[in-house]
Design a protein around this ligand. Structure first.
Ligand code: AHG
Ligand code: MN
Ligand code: MN
Length: 333
């Protein structure tokens, strides 16, 4: 069955060929796909192998690492390091820019990634993911510096995520359209299942951690209160709330059903920039959402107006259906 499906289906490689993607980018994306197969397999067998717990280590953000955070990071770095076109890698789990020892002389790509997103979901066997952004650096200087990576965020070549849920899905953009691929594990392929995905302008679902309500800025509280008031409130229609607690799962829902995802600034010590990281969570998801006709903001400004200042910087983020993001942004003025 699956062999037949592959014969008739468009694989990731076919799709990249059809898009006339340059070989360097194909090489980086195939490395990411290779890592995704390995991470998916690791996740499937983790409960059997007793790998769902803590790594007893702390990452650069001071967060407890899970064993799968560490394994997924190692798989991703090894896969990307096999591509001579990848000059350097930035990972949530590693403090500094990782240099690719196998980079060719003309390697011009930098990959920023969150190897395992939503890792608090591991032990509950809920959806988790990988988020990535592929940048082109114009600097030939080696080693690749933090400044070179930050400058390269202006030259984003691709972004995507892998959702490890009941099915393993890859959602990818090269900037103009968004395509969804499903893992065909038997054949070691990602096969196209939806192309030209758009996010509806209007929505009736939202995703936010409601437990933080007392810490929100007034614009966020007013916006969410209007949604929660439903047909009796200013919006005049009911909204539903969904919170998977894994950004990949929550953002994936936007591509399927529309909606808004918010991880806002918190009025707590250290909470002014929210929780999510600019380089490997916000920027890639914003590229995907915008390619699908949605919007992304950081606080009250479009996300793409933010100048990155450090590798692991956080940013208050909202993205999804254009009408909802515009309404939230309007509440700040
Ligand atoms: P990570 O596991 O990579 O650190 O990311 C977790 C993030 C993101 O996936 C999710 O949206 C958010 O943390 C959930 O935060 P809460 O703990 O506030 O639910
Ligand atoms: Mn994450
Ligand atoms: Mn992570």
């Amino acid at each position: 069955m699956s062999v037949q499906a592959d014969k008739n289906g468009i694989t990731l490689g076919n799709w990249l060929d059809q898009a006339k993607t340059d070989p360097a980018l194909v090489s980086a994306l195939e490395a990411l796909a290779d890592a995704a197969f390995k991470i998916a397999k690791t996740i499937r067998t983790a409960p059997l192998l007793g790998q769902t717990g803590a790594a007893n280590a702390v990452n650069v953000q001071g967060e407890d690492q899970k064993l799968l955070d560490v394994i997924s990071n190692d798989i991703s770095v090894a896969a990307l390091s096999a591509s001579p076109h990848v000059a350097a890698i930035v990972s949530e789990e590693i403090e500094d820019v990782i240099q690719n020892p196998n980079a060719g002389a003309g390697a011009g790509l930098v990959v920023c990634l969150d190897p395992l997103d939503g890792s608090s979901n591991i032990e509950t066997n809920s959806a988790i993911g990988t988020i990535f952004s592929v940048l082109a650096t114009s600097s030939a200087a080696r080693p690749v510096t933090e400044a070179a990576v930050l400058a390269a965020t202006n030259a984003q070549r691709a972004a995507g995520y892998v959702l490890y849920g009941p099915a393993t899905l890859l959602v990818l953009t090269l900037g103009k359209t968004v395509a969804m691929f499903a893992e065909d594990a038997a054949n070691g392929e990602f096969v196209l299942v939806r192309d030209n995905i758009t996010i509806a302008r209007k929505a009736s679902e939202f995703a936010i951690n409601m437990a933080h309500r007392r810490h929100w800025e007034p614009a966020v509280t007013a916006y969410i209160d209007a949604l929660v008031a439903g047909e009796t409130g200013p919006r005049g229609k009911p909204f539903n709330m969904r919170w998977a607690g894994s950004m990949v799962a929550d953002v994936h829902r936007l591509f399927v059903r529309g909606g808004i995802f918010i991880y806002p600034a918190l009025q707590t010590p250290g909470g002014a920039n929210g929780k999510l990281r600019l380089l490997y969570e916000a920027i890639p998801m914003a590229m995907l959402v915008e390619a699908a006709g949605g919007k992304a903001i950081a606080g009250k400004a479009p996300l793409n107006t933010i100048t990155p200042k450090s590798l692991h910087q956080r940013v208050p983020l909202a993205l999804g259906s254009a009408e909802e993001v515009e309404r939230l942004m309007g509440g700040y003025v």
